[in-house]
Design a protein around this ligand. Structure first.
Ligand SMILES: Nc1ncnc2c1ncn2[C@@H]1O[C@H](COP(=O)(O)OP(=O)(O)OP(=O)(O)O)[C@@H](O)[C@H]1O
Length: 457
């Protein structure tokens, strides 16, 4: 048996002040594998624990197979949890650990056959008679999974089950979890802060920030059509390039996006998405370019939709199958608040914010202050953008007419065979079909969202 899980406007308060989860709504279908993804402290585990019945819900509703479960104790929900810290009984053999939930069920059946079948499924038959202390971390986690699997629950709840393991083992067990849950066909809710894990495991990925659900979509869609700048920045390696920009839309000339030192002219006739950018004229926006949206090539090699810029090579990262080239294009990176490890900005000194510094001050406002008293859209989406304000680039002072050294703002993926000298000025082509634009609130405005408020398109 597998089950549907529905959370409707679920809020969790710890005390009066900590809003760990804020109006969280999600419908999970029977047999679906949904990953809750987000940075530390965003409320993922709290959602999981509410589903398990380990935390009370402050407000909203949780339904299992369409029925409210307020009065159902954790043990009555027929769910199995797997945590990151294995939680095995040290005085029991692994066989007894796996069989423990079956004995607790006390169905009268001999658990041995079920334990052996589970162990076969997980490839741990040969360690059943050892104790947990005699196992490696990966083996211990497999036993913990075995214990969860053995009683054939209707749902798995997994809270960072692989985070204590080394990278190689994590990849291996990740594949096993995918296989196992598919084989069993059991609804699975899986918590992680590792986007690669989320993307490889989930039928859908639910991305959270500050207790607020930002987007829930297939792995393909969270990458290709992120609803806001936080999702765009959280998903994908290397991280999407995010650059502060403005729209330049003269009445009698070609529309372009101004990246401080360089411009991206928009191809004419304007696409419907690019036409919509006209209303952003004069406002600050953020341009998002994934590393594959830019290639090293001369203007003469441009294909339709590609526009030339140039960049100064800051450094190269060889990754074996590819290389990442860090360029300085003279633009200013936008920094998204609350990501775990934001890419360092070019010049990381922060200026003190002048009181009432207009749009930028709104971007810089701390997340909490806006969450408490923000607009309705803030509360739905959570405060998303924070744009750092580094010191201006010292392009003019470099003497060569180019940007200052050490200020990379654009990462481009290329073949590992490409040889580039640090400090070389290199021609680049930007594929505007892969251009993202976000507004000051961090919402994606290009490609246009399917519903554009206030516009009849
Ligand atoms: N028992 C508690 N009392 C008060 N605050 C709590 C409690 N448990 C969690 N919180 C807070 O609620 C927020 C969400 O916590 P939660 O554990 O759900 O986050 P998470 O996304 O799972 O983080 P992590 O990845 O670090 O485990 C955090 O700010 C946390 O400090």
């Amino acid at each position: 048996m597998t089950r549907a899980i529905s959370l409707r406007n679920v809020t969790k308060m710890y005390g009066r002040n900590v809003r760990a989860v804020d109006r969280f709504t999600l419908d999970i279908s029977p047999g679906e594998f949904v990953v809750l993804l987000g940075p530390s402290g965003c409320g993922k585990s709290t959602v999981l624990r509410m589903i398990a019945g380990l935390e009370d819900i402050t407000d909203g509703e949780l339904l299992l197979d369409g029925e409210p479960v307020d009065d159902l104790a954790p043990g009555e929900r027929d769910m199995a949890m797997v945590f990151q810290n294995f939680a095995l009984y040290p005085s029991m053999t692994n066989r007894d650990n796996i069989g423990f939930p079956l004995r607790m069920e006390n169905s009268g059946d001999d658990p041995r056959a079920r334990v052996e079948a589970t162990a076969r499924m997980l490839g741990i038959e040969d360690i059943l008679d050892r104790y947990p202390s005699q196992l490696s971390g990966g083996e211990r986690q497999r036993v913990a999974m075995g214990r969860a699997v053995s009683r054939r629950p209707s749902c798995f709840l997994m809270d960072e089950p692989l985070s204590n393991l080394d990278a190689k083992l994590r990849n291996h067990l990740r594949a096993e979890i995918a296989r196992l849950t598919r084989e069993l066909g059991v609804t699975t809710v899986y918590v992680t802060h590792d986007q690669a894990e989320a993307m490889s495991l989930g039928d859908r990925v639910a991305i959270m920030r500050g207790g607020v659900l930002q987007q829930v979509s297939t792995p393909r869609d969270v990458y290709a059509v992120p609803e806001n700048i936080f999702v765009a920045a959280f998903i994908g390696t290397p991280r999407i390039n995010l650059l502060e920009a403005t729209v330049h839309a003269p009445l009698d000339g070609r529309m372009s996006i101004d990246l401080r030192r360089q411009r991206l002219p928009l191809p004419e006739p304007l696409s419907p998405d690019h036409q919509l950018l006209r209303i952003q004229q004069g406002r600050r926006i953020v341009v998002g370019l994934r590393s594959e949206a830019v290639r090293i090539a001369t203007p003469a090699e441009a294909r339709p939709g590609e526009v030339p810029i140039s960049g100064l090579v800051e450094h190269m990262e060889y990754q074996g199958h590819e290389a990442l080239v860090h360029f300085n294009t003279g633009s200013r990176p936008a920094v998204v608040a609350d990501l775990e490890a934001p890419r360092p900005v070019a010049v990381p000194r922060r200026r003190r914010r002048a009181p009432g510094a207009g749009v930028l001050s709104r971007w810089l406002e701390p997340a909490g202050s806006r969450a408490a008293g923000g607009s309705a859209s803030d509360r739905v989406m959570g405060p998303v953008v924070a744009v750092d304000e580094p010191e201006p680039y010292v392009w003019e002072r470099s003497g060569a007419g180019g940007p200052a050294a050490g200020a990379s703002d654009l990462v481009v993926r290329t073949s590992p065979d490409v040889q580039l000298q640090r400090g070389a000025q290199v021609p680049l082509l930007v594929d505007l079909a892969h251009l993202y634009v976000f507004d000051v609130e961090g919402r994606r405005i290009c490609p246009a969202p399917s519903v554009v408020p206030g516009l009849d398109v």
